[in-house]
Design a protein around this ligand. Sequence first.
Ligand SMILES: Cc1cc2nc3c(=O)[nH]c(=O)nc-3n(C[C@H](O)[C@H](O)[C@H](O)COP(=O)(O)OP(=O)(O)OC[C@H]3O[C@@H](n4cnc5c(N)ncnc54)[C@H](O)[C@@H]3O)c2cc1C
Length: 540
Amino acid sequence: MEPRREDQNLAPRVSGKGCNIKFLNLELIFDHMGHFGRLQILLYFMCAYQNVSCGIHYVSTIFMLITPAYTCKPPGEVKRAVFQNVSSWRLEEILTLLSPGQKDHIAVELQDGEIWELSRCSRIWRENMSHLDYEYSGYKHNIPCSDGYVYDQSKWENSVVTRWDLVCDRKWYVDVIQPFIMFGVLLGAIIFAYLSDRPMDTVRIAVIGAGVIGLSTAVCISKLVPGCSITVISDKFTPDTTSDVAAGMLIPHIYPDTPIHTLKQWFRETFDHLSTIACSAEAADAGVHLVSGWQIFRSIPTEEVPFWADVVLGFRKMTEAELKKFPQHVFGQAFTTLKCETSAYLRWLEKRVKESGGLLLTRRVENLWQLQPSFDIVVNCSGLGSQQLAGDSTISPVRGQVLQVQAPWVKHFIRDGSGLTYIYPGASHVTLGGTRQKGDWNLSPDAEISRHIFSRCCALEPSLHRAFIIKEKVGLRPVRPGVRLQKELLAQGGRRLPVVHHYGHGSGGISVHWGSALEATRLVSECVQALRIPSPTSKL
Ligand SMILES: Cc1cc2nc3c(=O)[nH]c(=O)nc-3n(C[C@H](O)[C@H](O)[C@H](O)COP(=O)(O)OP(=O)(O)OC[C@H]3O[C@@H](n4cnc5c(N)ncnc54)[C@H](O)[C@@H]3O)c2cc1C
């Protein structure tokens, strides 16, 4: 049965079989958090110690509830006692001869001459006080056992039974003590397990995808949404994602269905975020740095000053002198922007996810419903994978091929205004691009295309003829008319799974990732709130 979608904007369906996610078992959690180590050994022995003391406590009742031989206490001091044919001056000595369960009595003579027959739970006063015989057929009175009991202390000096006189009509107390303790253990297990879980009422969030969009969203959620546990599930991690192929330049691309003001806000937030990193000690680790250069045009563009001009640094028109370097071009923009060494940046983001307690799982997700009920919320950042995962036919690949070359003398970026040819210097190599092949799924580099890219770039920067090619790379841009940032509620058989879709960043995902991740985090936050305050008319 398919999960029902409570969202009007997406026609296609996810085929859900309603099965649990099988791979999220204990072993995998150990794989990611580390196996049996010193901490676990310490915790094991602490628990073992506690369990041993609990165990002793449970079995202690066997010894503490011992019932020794006993008899009803006479109303005065015993002078002499007789049990069958044995006689003694001390009642305690005779008492040791009694065995539990026997029905015999002890005949005793008290200091005042009264003669009593003492049984376990009753005592009889003999009217005839003339002689102390064991058998007596005269007149007698049955008197209640109101003075307590005398116990055989030869083996056990004390027990719970002797201390509280849990014999005769109070014997049933002994029978219920053990079940009572076990009932207390059961009750404690239920109540305290519940109470200890209450403060850890975490919302389990699965983020699908470990490209720049998935990882940055996971980091944002972990920073901004309290009380969540985050698991990034992806079939590929760095260095095997599209994001790893990206040149990583912060120059926004226009999406027809995403409003410019939204795009500008995402770009500004991304620029500010990466600027802070670039100016920090983290810069090298995160692979983020400032880079200056030119964007050049063969004809005057309709927008001489693009919408993002006031976000990048020092935006200006190129001077005549600068343009002389590019005789084929008539117009140019000079500015300083940021560049991400994407593989380093993805590693850095993965580290942030792990530091915040998140898990990274290498698995392919076949359908979103599969994550129910292991997770409370799913964030779909699967890029091109959403074609199948979200059944979205509006997303398609636009193939891009780039070369990584060794040309350390190239320090300025050069980008043809069409965005097709570019030279982007980075920390360890220069990226030369590129191609835009719509609907092409081929991930193998094409030698002919590489030669073409190289010659186009050499035309812009002739010194590149001396460059040494290190690598050819191919990536499939997840292109869609607009970035999909949207909540959806999957439902099946009374169960629900809130999903936040966050994909379709096409040619400019690096440029806007942080801003759109913040937006996705706001949507996740709304889902978390809806889960915490459940209402029948949830507005998810
Ligand atoms: C050649 C080239 C150059 C580029 N240069 C730039 C640039 O300079 N500046 C810029 O801003 N942008 C650039 N881009 C665009 C940028 O690379 C993308 O916009 C961005 O990488 C998209 O990120 P993503 O996380 O959505 O996708 P991806 O990086 O493709 O990540 C998707 C993730 O989802 C996972 N996944 C998919 N399906 C499933 C599934 N069913 N189960 C589990 N996991 C799944 C994948 O394994 C992957 O980890 C360039 C792209 C290319 C190809």
